[in-house]
Design a protein around this ligand. Structure first.
Ligand code: DC
Length: 243
């Protein structure tokens, strides 16, 4: 049964103590899934920092593979060649760092071209098999907050905590349009951003291989109209509540 998180008051004075307790002895695996612009990145990063856990942005891995395949002049429709790029890739991820094969691509992967290219690459089952295995290895041992589209359904179906972050399409487009990390967004019309986002949502949700889906045991957190720091506290409260 999918549960919907209700906003709740948090005993602020206890939160640091609870966070420290959460950090030890248990090393939880926390899965955060949801569509673009739902706030996954901000929330996952902040929750990981508060718990002293690693933060892994799996979308950045699909983006980096798309970037590398383009660099090598590979046709993105060529599934075996793109999967080979994913297989060979040496990643250095974490603390906002996205390095593939020695190239720091943290900025280069946040463009409209790579938005589209990553969506194409993520449709290929062979690419997903390689990246899912690598993500599983990266998260082994717990103490990790991993964000993506299929973390609670495919990568870590036994995650200790599964969160599905969502927001209305209008709010997600507004957030994406004002996101300084996205180079397109500064000059783009809100309506263009909304159209591109809707297209990616459609692609991510209707693809045959591991489409974006809500795990049956995930807690859905609707962030529409909720300040991001409140969402972060809600998610931390939820994590405390499962222990
Ligand atoms: O979260 P993002 O926008 O950076 O993701 C980039 C693309 O990769 C997007 O089309 C969704 C896809 N993706 C995926 O299919 N599975 C994941 N675990 C993460 C991202």
């Amino acid at each position: 049964m999918t549960r919907t998180l209700r906003r709740r008051r948090i005993a602020e004075d206890n939160s640091e103590m609870d966070d420290a307790r959460l950090d030890r002895p248990d090393r939880l695996t926390i899965a955060i899934d949801g569509p673009s612009g739902a706030g996954k990145g901000t929330v996952a990063r902040a929750v990981a920092a508060r718990l002293g856990y690693r933060h892994i942005d799996t979308g950045a891995m699909y983006r980096a593979v798309a970037w590398k395949a383009r660099q090598e002049g590979i046709d993105l429709a060529d599934e075996p060649r793109v999967a080979a790029v994913a297989e060979r890739a040496v990643f250095d991820l974490g603390s906002g760092r996205v390095v593939i094969d020695g190239h720091d691509v943290a900025a280069a992967i946040r463009t409209p071209e790579i938005d589209r290219a990553a969506t194409t690459v993520a449709r290929h089952p062979a690419v997903r098999r390689v990246l899912v295995a690598r993500q599983h290895a990266l998260g082994e041992g717990g103490g990790v907050v991993m964000e993506g589209r299929d973390i609670g359904t495919v990568v870590f179906p036994d995650a200790d905590v599964k969160i599905y972050l969502d927001a209305s399409p209008e709010e997600r487009a507004r957030r994406r349009a004002s996101d300084p990390a996205h180079t397109s967004s500064k000059s783009a019309q809100l309506s263009d951003v909304a159209t591109a986002l809707a297209e990616r949502d459609r692609n991510d949700s209707t693809r045959a291989a591991s489409p974006l889906a809500i795990a049956p045991d995930a807690t859905v957190v609707d962030t529409t109209g909720v300040p991001i720091d409140v969402v972060i506290e809600d998610v931390l409260a939820l994590i405390r509540s499962v222990r």
